[in-house]
Design a protein. Sequence first.
Length: 267
Amino acid sequence: MIPLRDNIASERTPIVNMLMIGICSLVFLGQMMHAGPDGSPGLTAEFGMIPYRISHPGEPFDVPVGARLIQTNRGVEQELIWEPAPPPAVTPLLTMFTCIFLHGGWMHILGNMWFLWIFGDNIEDRLGHLGFALFYVASGLAASAAHYLTDSASQVPTIGASGAIAGVMGAYFVWYTHSRVHSLIPVFGFLQFVEIPAPFFLGIWFLMQFLQGSMTAAEGGGVAWWAHIGGFVFGVGIALLMKVTGAGGPTRMRREAPRFQHRQGEW
C-alpha cells in the first residue's frame, strides 16, 4: 500500500513537521558529501546508534564499510568488508537521538519523509508546535530504546527517522479513527486508487512490522523492525493517555474539501 494523502486537512501550518523534513534532508545531503570514495560510512558510523557501543563502552569493534563480490565454487557471492569503527562524534547514549536524523539511501529518506508529510501535520495540529516537536523526539528515543533492548550486542549502525514517524502514526491511529487514506494498491499487476480507513491502513502496517520483527533476526534484512514497533506503541500509548485525561485540547477533525466539484456536467 502506497499512501498518497489523507482526508483530514490541518488547521495550522505544520511548521515543525516541515522543519523535521528539512533537517533530515540537509543531514542526508551531508551524509552523501561526508562519505569517503571507498564507501566508508562517514556520519553513519559517527552519529548512528550502534547498540554494542552503548552496552560495551570503550571496547573496540568493527563495522561494515562496504561489500565486494567474490568467486566461489558455487558462483559469485557478496562479502562484507569490515574495518575498525571510528570513534563516535558524540557520547554513545546521545547517538540514540542523533540516529533519527540519518538515512541510508534515497529510497529510505524519500519513503520516511513522505509518510511524515502525510501524517505529521495532523498530529502537530493536535499537539501544537512545541508539543509535536517534543513528541517526535520522544518517539524517536523510544524507538531507539526498543531496538537497543532487543539487540544490545549489534555492531551495525542503526539510522533512520522511521521509529519517530512510527510514533506519529501510532498517535494518528488513536486520534483520527474516522480518517481515510487515499492509497495506491497493486491489484493483479495494476495499481488501483483506493480509500482505506486510517485505522485499517495503520493497523496493517503495524502488523507487518510485528510479523517481520518476530520472524527476522534484529540484523537480518537490514531493518530495525523493533524500532518501528517501539515507536508505534509509544505513540499509541501517549495518545491514549492524553485521550483519557483530556490533555492537549480537542482533536481537530476538519475534513478536506473535495478537489473536484461537479458543475455543468463536468469534473
